[in-house]
Design a protein around this ligand. Structure first.
Ligand SMILES: *[C@@H]1O[C@H](CO)[C@@H](O)[C@H](O)[C@H]1NC(C)=O
Ligand SMILES: *[C@@H]1O[C@H](CO)[C@@H](O)[C@H](O)[C@H]1NC(C)=O
Ligand SMILES: *[C@@H]1O[C@H](CO)[C@@H](O)[C@H](O)[C@H]1NC(C)=O
Ligand SMILES: *[C@@H]1O[C@H](CO)[C@@H](O)[C@H](O)[C@H]1NC(C)=O
Ligand SMILES: *[C@@H]1O[C@H](CO)[C@@H](O)[C@H](O)[C@H]1NC(C)=O
Ligand SMILES: *[C@@H]1O[C@H](CO)[C@@H](O)[C@H](O)[C@H]1NC(C)=O
Ligand SMILES: *[C@@H]1O[C@H](CO)[C@@H](O)[C@H](O)[C@H]1NC(C)=O
Ligand SMILES: *[C@@H]1O[C@H](CO)[C@@H](O)[C@H](O)[C@H]1NC(C)=O
Ligand SMILES: CC(=O)N[C@H]1CO[C@H](CO)[C@@H](O)[C@@H]1O
Length: 824
């Protein structure tokens, strides 16, 4: 057979096999999920399909599998799929069926968290805003209008999955589903209605008859047969409410999300591995990483408010899909090891030894073999313990795993995986000039700012969601104020005060911009106060209120108002501020959205004219447009928007999200060093205080054409586009510190990059970390040249770390190799 025919033969064969696949039985007992009767250890990772592109999915899922996962988890995003009531969208990166089939094709299981409330730092927690605006609704509680809508959407998704035979009970990959989400965390204020609601959720979900178990996370009173699961930084102390429910960790936070104005969060590989190893030591059998790939908040999907466009999450796969090393590799070793212990962990008798000072051993024994976990949860003191005649040193805040209870195969604090340092490189497209050449046009604000003309009016201040149905971030509030001579006696002392629930306010009086403000530091509500000069007769007041992601978490979060509250004219008396006029019951005129949004100026086909000359800088409410060539190669592409203020960016008509590089991260809370020891929380190990909170914005390769591409920016605050440029994210330096008798693996992450030079190498007692390595007092004299021969010119290389392969050292202690290489 010619190779080509062989290929056809095999694909026909696999087609026949997959179409004749029979039902998989998924159940559970108190120990683990069972798949076709076998207890299984599940290593799962969250990837939210709309936060990447269908073109990225195969690679992301493949890298998850190579990282030792067997399951991919995702939420389903109601507001993305049903943007208008009973009008559905499953196109492009919303193609849920394609995503699940990709998981199946990669040979993995899927965990579908239908919710349909998602949280997830997603706009409005995934609820459609039209839902909130339905007559008589009370959301997320025992309310018939709400329950009918929730059931309708949940059924729609279940039916869609069933039609495509995607549940394991039909031979598909979905082994688990979730109804509701973290309701237990917020349930108190809902009282009895909350309890009735959660019971109804359970009954409703059960009635959908999907043939695989349902879970409810953070729901200690989950009605049977729902499985109650845990979310958090650590879940080792968690016990399910029912003895027949396995210990499952549905959200193990691998890092943290980023907010506008917030520094970069970082959770170390050592601490994350410690949390996972502890969870399995204490009987856990199902772990899901939230997130395994975080990705990007394209369009207006970021929640919050004030959640940034990047949703990197410091996850094992970075925003662009690169391996985040050492996190990915350190966890991979742990997954493979735990999977190799599946039988004993899910069947073994468990015993433990307490060594005091939160040092303990857990022994699993089954069928004549034993596996051990030795853990030291003390956050500062290392420990040496004796187990069955052997002494083991346990670094503080670490777990050692001994699959045979003799030799340590893994310690969570000893990272043998390489550290990879990625940098941004300038666009290397052919003939691409350094500076982009721009055209521009103003957002037409004459109607609103000069004349106060809107599309509807009311004698009250309307809440923003109610006015817009969230069809845009922008809502213009306009009114006029008539002053007579007496009012003006007050002269210069007049102050305009706007009490707003956010998220950004631009105020104009009599055609002039008088100020802009947004909340800094956590509270969404702020009061804008600015001195104004008014004239006799009619004065025009125009207030543009801008949302930056709707709130996604908390009891009754969906009722949180946005937009203007009160608007007043106040006078600054010596005895305090005195209200002169209150505009709350004025006649207000409203306009939803921007003219440029309506005209779709971001569309490549847009015929609207842009100007080539007098390119403005620092001009508010301005549209900019340029063309560029795609960078060569396969490295992920980003656009550097430093110099811009705030707004939106589109590439070839597709939104790459909000930008706000002028919003600097707060000044304090960062530390120069990061100690992995001790309980992690999202205020630990922060970096980049005082720097721009997001400079680079992901442009997925699939958005780009080979020839000419168009970038359109809408700039709201005023920015300078002359610094804007395209770059690629490439690996620059790779380092590793590996103990003797282990294998060091160095890789330049593919994409044709090779190791071009050894920048540091010492086998002996080196100290320091990537960028700051130093030699110790003893080392092998031949190691550097041996490594040069083995590695330079290679895409990756494997090194046996031993005196046998790297030369003798004359060191007395345990020897290690420290190496730093350049990739090019
Ligand atoms: C959802 O609602 C539509 C009408 O709005 C109805 O036609 C459809 O049958 C409902 N689906 C379910 C599963 O109730
Ligand atoms: C950790 O160890 C130190 C030194 O032995 C001890 O003082 C401290 O109490 C321990 N911490 C905990 C939480 O046990
Ligand atoms: C127990 O171990 C024996 C010998 O290694 C093996 O043949 C047998 O299959 C094992 N039993 C189970 C239940 O794993
Ligand atoms: C283990 O440590 C103890 C206490 O330091 C020591 O007395 C003993 O000799 C050690 N055992 C071995 C096998 O090294
Ligand atoms: C918002 O959506 C609801 C429900 O679809 C509809 O009744 C209402 O008219 C919409 N409001 C606006 C301002 O578009
Ligand atoms: C702003 O509005 C909030 C809520 O409506 C109210 O509690 C607060 O007192 C107002 N503040 C001022 C200064 O008017
Ligand atoms: C009111 O006057 C006081 C004293 O001059 C000043 O500190 C304060 O900032 C003023 N407030 C406003 C809103 O102008
Ligand atoms: C590494 O292996 C060599 C040879 O087997 C052995 O002598 C040495 O003690 C081992 N080192 C460590 C740290 O386990
Ligand atoms: C921040 C947070 O919610 N942490 C939670 C992590 O999980 C533990 C239970 O395992 C909770 O007690 C914490 O509150």
């Amino acid at each position: 057979m010619a190779p080509f025919q062989k290929l056809i033969f095999f694909s026909l064969l696999s087609y026949c096999l997959s179409s004749s696949i029979s039902a998989i039985d998924v159940s559970h007992d108190g120990r683990a999920l069972t798949i076709d009767g076998e207890r299984r250890i599940i290593h799962s990772g969250s990837i939210h399909y709309p936060r990447s592109t269908p073109e990225m999915w195969p690679d992301l899922i493949q890298k998850s599998k190579e990282g030792g996962l067997n399951t991919i988890e995702t939420y389903v995003f109601w507001n993305a799929h049903e943007p208008e009531r009973r009008q559905y969208d499953f196109s492009g990166n919303l193609d849920l069926v394609r995503f699940i089939k990709q998981i199946q094709d990669t040979g993995m299981y899927a965990f579908l968290r239908i919710g349909p409330y998602a949280c997830a730092e997603w706009n409005y927690g995934g609820y459609p805003v039209w839902l909130h605006n339905i007559e008589g609704i009370e959301m997320r509680t025992n309310n018939d209008v709400y329950k009918k809508e929730m059931q309708n959407f949940t059924t729609y998704i279940v039916d869609l999955m069933k039609k495509e035979k995607l549940f394991a009970s039909q031979g598909g990959p979905i082994i688990l589903a979730q109804i509701e989400n973290e309701y237990g965390n917020v349930m108190g204020p809902y009282g009895d209605a909350g309890k009735e609601y959660i019971n109804w959720c359970a009954t409703m979900a059960n009635s959908l008859d999907i043939g695989v178990p349902w879970v409810m996370c953070q729901q200690s009173d989950a009605p049977l047969p729902m499985i109650n699961t845990c979310n958090g930084w650590y879940c080792d102390q968690f016990t399910p409410s029912n003895p027949n429910s396995p210990k499952m960790w549905t959200e193990n936070w691998t890092g943290w999300f980023k907010g506008w104005g917030e520094p970069d969060p970082h959770r170390t590989a050592e601490d994350l591995a410690f949390a996972v190893a502890r969870f399995f030591q204490l009987g856990g059998t199902f772990n899901n990483y939230y997130m395994y790939h975080g990705g990007t908040n394209f369009g207006r999907v970021a929640g919050g408010p004030y959640i940034a466009t990047t949703y990197d999450y410091d996850a094992p796969l970075d925003e662009y899909g690169n391996l985040n090393q050492p996190k990915w590799g350190h966890l991979k070793e742990l997954h493979l090891l735990l999977t190799s212990m599946e039988k004993v962990l899910t069947h073994g008798d468990v015993s433990s030894i307490d060594y005091h000072n939160i040092v303990s051993a857990t022994i699993y024994s089954f069928n004549g073999t034993s596996s051990c976990f030795l853990s030291n949860a003390n956050d500062s003191a290392d420990a040496t313990i004796s187990y069955q005649g052997t002494n083991y040193t346990l670094p503080a805040w670490s777990v050692s795993i001994l699959p045979d209870c003799k030799a340590v195969a893994y310690n969570t604090a000893k990272v043998n995986t390489q550290t990879s340092v990625f940098v941004k490189k300038p666009n290397q497209a052919e003939d691409e000039p350094i500076a982009l050449s721009w055209t521009w046009r103003p957002e037409h604000i004459k109607h609103t700012v000069n004349h106060g003309l809107g599309s509807f009016s009311a004698k009250q201040i309307i809440e923003q969601k109610a006015a817009t149905n969230d069809s845009s971030d922008y809502l213009w509030y306009m009114t006029s104020v008539h002053l007579d001579k007496d009012d003006l006696v007050l002269g210069d002392d007049l102050t305009l005060r706007v009490n707003t629930t956010g998220h950004v306010l631009h105020a104009y009086v009599n055609r002039k911009h008088i100020g802009s403000e947004w909340s800094q530091g956590g509270s969404y509500q702020f009061i804008f106060e600015q001195k104004v000069k008014l004239k006799k007769g009619k004065n025009q007041l125009t207030l543009l209120s801008v949302t930056v992601g709707l709130k996604n978490y908390g009891s009754f979060f969906y009722n949180t108002p946005v937009g203007l509250g009160g608007v007043q004219l106040v006078r600054n008396h010596s005895d305090g501020l005195k209200i002169i006029k209150d505009f709350s019951s004025n006649k207000w005129s409203y306009k939803v959205g921007l003219e440029g949004e309506e005209k779709q100026l971001y569309n490549v086909e847009s015929k609207s004219k842009f100007h080539a000359s007098n390119l403005p800088s620092r001009r508010m409410m301005t549209w900019y447009k340029t063309t560029f060539k795609a960078p060569l190669g396969n490295d992920p592409v980003v656009v550097d928007l430093l110099g811009m203020g705030k707004g939106y960016a589109w590439v070839n008509g597709r939104s790459i999200g909000r930008f706000w590089p002028s919003f600097l991260a707060r000044e304090n809370g960062c530390t120069a060093t990061c100690d992995y020891r001790g309980s992690y929380n999202n205020n630990k190990c922060l970096s980049k205080c005082g720097e721009t909170s997001q400079r680079w914005y992901h442009v997925p390769r699939s958005f780009l054409n080979d020839d000419v591409n168009t970038l359109v920016l809408f700039e709201e605050l005023g920015g300078n586009p002359s610094f804007v440029n395209f770059q690629t994210s490439v690996v620059d330096t790779v380092c590793a510190t590996v103990e003797e008798n282990h294998t060091a693996e160095l890789s330049c992450h593919g994409n044709g990059k090779t190791i071009s030079a050894i920048e540091f190498a010492s086998f002996g007692e080196p100290a320091g970390s990537c960028g700051t390595f130093t030699k110790g007092t003893c080392e092998s004299e031949t190691a550097w040249s041996i490594l040069e021969q083995q590695c330079v010119g290679q895409e990756s290389c494997f090194i046996e770390v031993s005196e046998g392969s790297l030369g003798s050292t004359n060191c007395n202690s345990i020897k290690k190799l420290a190496i730093q290489v350049k990739c090019q």
